[in-house]
Design a protein around this ligand. Structure first.
Ligand code: NAD
Length: 307
């Protein structure tokens, strides 16, 4: 049986556990630093398995020994930005958490595939790769699947077409410096630039990029977790089921797009070995320049972390 460990049993981690448990293809270990939290949520999910008719096991724990031999590990542990906290404060706080978590993961699972969700995700993915020493195909982060899912929802709503017919192309850093490519964002192959006025495209793009903040604003406490966990589950499907699916992920680049030794969102082919190929899109000079600018934002964060 496949084994998947999820570090952090908060909103995103617990929902990931539930979504993956519903797939029925892996035993799950849910781990948190808070005593009882992962145990309680794990038990609750376990008790839903008979109703779902699934025999996979799920346990909650505070001990990394339980994660030994994981095929895939998902990192969702970290803190969200609190009032008064700067972006650098958040970066350095989550750096500490993610460094410690990564060391413990690889102490018990020597060759896992690690999917990083903790923000700022591009910098955290770089950090996990750095600390774990894993090859670049085995470490990647959640960015584009969520961002494009948000944009696809808004386009489908605007044009009254099925979400299945909408494809969106978003590259670069996960956040304000992301690079949306409207000419490659299509409805059944037709670019949205031909279907919608420019102002509408700009409005939908802006809403997608600021999608996380919109939800935080509504919730007041906590942040998005349903769409993020659905996105992570799709990435896990691609790996566990060896789907060779092309999904936009935060990936370590080694010369692709003219960029090296950095992590940003690009389309990658995901299969049992993780990233099996980085897909290089043909970009205009303007798009390439925007992508390089986006990579600089991540480089700056890596510098702040002192790596
Ligand atoms: P949350 O606060 O609900 O959960 C975080 C959990 O991490 C908590 O249960 C906490 O106890 C645990 N934790 C903290 N330090 C730990 C440690 N050292 N070891 C083990 N567990 C530890 O937060 P959430 O809403 O689940 O979000 C989790 C992270 O995912 C945040 O950084 C958030 O910004 C990020 N996120 C990223 C994306 C993305 O697109 N990349 C989307 C959504 C959320």
């Amino acid at each position: 049986m496949n084994k998947i460990s999820i570090i952090g049993a908060g909103n995103v981690g617990a929902l990931c556990a539930q979504r993956i448990a519903d797939r029925g293809y892996a035993d799950i270990v849910l781990l948190d630093i808070i005593e009882g939290l992962a145990q309680g949520k794990g038990l609750d999910i376990l008790e839903s398995q008979p109703v779902s008719g699934l025999d996979t096991r799920i346990i909650g724990t505070n001990r990394y020994q339980e994660t030994a031999g994981s095929d895939v590990v998902i990192i969702t542990s970290g803190v969200a930005r609190k009032p008064g906290m700067t972006r650098d404060d958040l970066l350095l706080t989550n750096m500490k958490i993610v460094s410690e978590v990564t060391r413990k993961i690889v102490d018990h699972s020597p060759q896992p595939i690690i999917i990083v969700a903790t923000n700022p995700v591009d910098a955290m993915t770089y950090l996990v790769r750095y600390i774990s020493g894993l090859p670049r195909n085995r470490v990647f982060g959640l960015s584009g699947v969520l961002d494009t899912s948000r944009l696809r929802s808004f386009i489908s709503e605007e044009l009254n077409v099925s979400v299945e017919d909408v494809f969106a192309c978003i590259l670069g850093q996960h956040g304000d410096a992301s690079v949306v490519i409207p000419r490659l964002t299509t409805v059944h192959g037709i670019p949205i630039t031909r279907l919608l006025p420019r102002e509408t495209v700009d409005r939908l793009v802006e809403r997608a990029i600021k999608g996380g903040a919109e939800i935080v604003g509504l919730l007041k406490t906590g942040s998005a977790s349903f769409a993020p966990s659905a996105s992570i589950a799709q990435m896990v499907d691609a790996v566990i089921l060896d789907k060779k699916k092309i999904l936009p992920c935060a990936a370590c680049l080694e010369g692709e797009y003219g960029l090296r030794d950095t992590v940003i969102g690009v389309p990658v082919k995901l299969g049992r070995d993780g990233i099996e190929q980085v897909i290089e899109l043909e970009l205009t000079d303007e798009e390439s320049a925007a992508l390089a600018g986006s990579a600089d934002v991540v480089r700056e964060m890596v510098k702040v972390m002192g790596l």
